[in-house]
Every structure is written in structure tokens, then in C-alpha cells.
Design a protein around this ligand. Structure first.
Ligand SMILES: [Zn+2]
Ligand SMILES: [Zn+2]
Length: 123
């Protein structure tokens, strides 16, 4: 009997994508920027660093709020709720984002359950 693989919602993928974009941007700045530090500080690349990371920070805040679509019932599931940890099974006791680590065992959540159909899915 083969059990079908657990369905994924690519929740953590959002943040990986953001991290990869930030690293690629940093590499671009380092590789194309002036080699002298005083020249670098006045280069157009350097002026992009501030706005870029401000934007990346905004995206991070937006991404963790954007609800997940349940892969089973296709209803929207909030990313902020009193979730139960999939590692230690302890409820958080207050509303927290799914991207946060467990208050008790400090584990990042690999799965979450749907509020509507109670089925589990990978984040
Ligand atoms: Zn835990
Ligand atoms: Zn569901």
C-alpha cells in the first residue's frame, strides 16, 4: 500500500525565494560595485542597498501574513493562529505566525493543519 505524499503549500518557499533574491542582489552589488570602499559608498549600487532591504523587509512582513490555500479543500487558512506544534504537540497559547519557531521546542513547523477540513499539509 503506497500512501500518497503529503500535499505541500510552499509556504516556506516564499521566504527561501526572498532569501535567494537578497543573496543574488548582494552578489550583484559586490561584483559590480567599486573596489575602493570610499568610491563604493558613493556608487549607484550602494544607494540601492537601503531601498532594497527595506523592500525585502516589507515583502517578508507581507509574505508571512498572506493566507495559505488548503491543498485539500482549497479554502484559505490564516497564517496567524494558535497553532499546535508538529514536533512537541504543544499549543502555542497565543496567536502566532506559522513561520515562527515553536515557543517550547524552538522547531520550525514542517506541517500545519487546515481550520476547515482538519487535514494536514506540508508548509
Ligand atoms: Zn514544539
Ligand atoms: Zn482544508
Amino acid at each position: 500500500m503506497d500512501t500518497p505524499p503529503e500535499k505541500a503549500v510552499f509556504f516556506h518557499f516564499r521566504f527561501k525565494f526572498l532569501a535567494i533574491t537578497s543573496i543574488a542582489f548582494l552578489l550583484y552589488i559586490i561584483l559590480t560595485g567599486a573596489s575602493e570602499l570610499d568610491q563604493f559608498a558613493s556608487s549607484p549600487q550602494f544607494k540601492l542597498v537601503g531601498p532594497f532591504f527595506l523592500l525585502a523587509g516589507c515583502f517578508f512582513l507581507i509574505f508571512r501574513r498572506v493566507p495559505i490555500k488548503c491543498p485539500h479543500c482549497y479554502k484559505l487558512v490564516s497564517t496567524r493562529k494558535d497553532w499546535t506544534c508538529c514536533e512537541c504537540g504543544t499549543p502555542q497559547g497565543k496567536e502566532r505566525y506559522l513561520v515562527d519557531k515553536c515557543l517550547h521546542c524552538r522547531q520550525v513547523q514542517a506541517t500545519a493543519s487546515c481550520d476547515h477540513c482538519n487535514k494536514d499539509f506540508k508548509l
